[in-house]
Design a protein around this ligand. Structure first.
Ligand SMILES: C[S@@+](CC[C@H](N)C(=O)[O-])C[C@H]1O[C@@H](n2cnc3c(N)ncnc32)[C@H](O)[C@@H]1O
Length: 213
C-alpha cells in the first residue's frame, strides 16, 4: 500500500515558473543551463540504454522536459524524432533557447501532461526524469498519479516504453503503482550506497513496458 508523500511547493506550477524564470536570466547572463536533474551520469545512462534498445527513428517524448538538456543529449546521439512537453512556459522558453544554441530541432510544447488533450500522440518511448516525482508532491497526489499513469498509457504505442527516473520512489514502489498498465521491462543500474549493511540506490530508473491494450 503506497503511503503518499507530503505535499510541497515542488508540486506546484508557480514554483517551476519562478524557478525557470530565474534559470532563463542565468542562461542569458552567463550561459548556464541550470539543473541537470539527478546529474549528467543518470542522463548518460538513459541515453546509452536508448542507443542499445531503440531505433534512431523512434518517436520519443520527454514529459516535464525542463531546460531540454536530455533532449539535446538524445539529439547528439542521433535520435531524430524528439518532442518535449512542460507546463511551465518559462521552461519551454529556456528549452527553446538551449535547443537553438545547440543547433538541433525538436518539438517543444507547453502543456499540462495531466490534461487529457495534452500529449495525444502515439509515442514509442516516453522519458520522465523527475516529473512523476513532482506530481507525487502535488495536492491530491494520489488522484494525479493515477491520471499520470493513465495518460502515459494512452499516448504510448502498444509495448512502448516509459523510462521513469525517480528519487522519491523505489523500484518496488513504482512497480506497485504502475502495475495495472505497465510491466517492469528492466531497471537501468544507478550508483548504489551501503548503509548499515543494506544496499540501496538514491535514484531509481525503471523501464516500464506498456501492457497490450
Ligand atoms: C524535477 S523537474 C525535471 C526537469 C527535467 N525533466 C530534467 O530532468 O531536468 C520536473 C519538471 O516537471 C515539470 N512538470 C511538473 N508537473 C507537470 C505537469 N503536470 N505537466 C507538465 N510538466 C510538468 C516541471 O515544470 C519541471 O520542469
Amino acid at each position: 500500500m503506497t503511503e503518499e508523500l507530503n505535499e510541497c511547493e515542488l508540486g506546484t506550477r508557480e514554483y517551476w515558473d519562478k524557478r525557470y524564470e530565474e534559470e532563463i536570466r542565468n542562461y542569458n547572463s552567463h550561459g548556464d543551463v541550470g539543473d541537470i536533474w539527478f546529474g549528467e551520469d543518470i542522463a548518460d545512462r538513459i541515453v546509452k540504454w536508448m542507443e542499445k534498445n531503440t531505433s534512431k527513428q523512434a518517436t520519443i517524448a520527454d514529459v516535464g522536459c525542463g531546460n531540454g538538456m536530455l533532449l539535446v543529449y538524445l539529439a547528439q546521439s542521433g535520435f531524430e524524432d524528439l518532442s518535449g512537453f512542460d507546463y511551465s512556459e518559462c521552461a519551454i522558453h529556456l528549452a527553446e533557447q538551449v535547443m537553438k544554441k545547440n543547433n538541433y530541432y525538436f518539438k517543444l510544447v507547453q502543456c499540462d501532461i495531466l490534461k487529457s488533450h495534452g500529449l495525444c500522440s502515439n509515442f514509442d518511448v516516453i522519458v520522465d526524469k523527475g516529473t512523476y516525482d513532482a506530481i507525487s508532491l502535488m495536492k491530491d497526489a494520489k488522484k494525479n498519479r493515477t491520471v499520470y499513469i493513465e495518460n502515459m498509457y494512452e499516448c504510448l504505442k502498444n509495448h512502448g516504453f516509459l523510462l521513469l527516473t525517480s528519487c522519491n520512489w523505489t523500484k518496488e514502489e513504482l512497480e506497485e503503482q504502475f502495475l495495472s498498465k505497465f510491466t517492469v521491462h528492466c531497471v537501468i543500474p544507478t550508483p548504489q550506497f551501503k548503509f548499515g549493511g543494506k544496499v540501496g540506490s538514491i535514484v531509481s530508473v525503471v523501464v516500464f513496458k506498456k501492457k497490450h491494450a
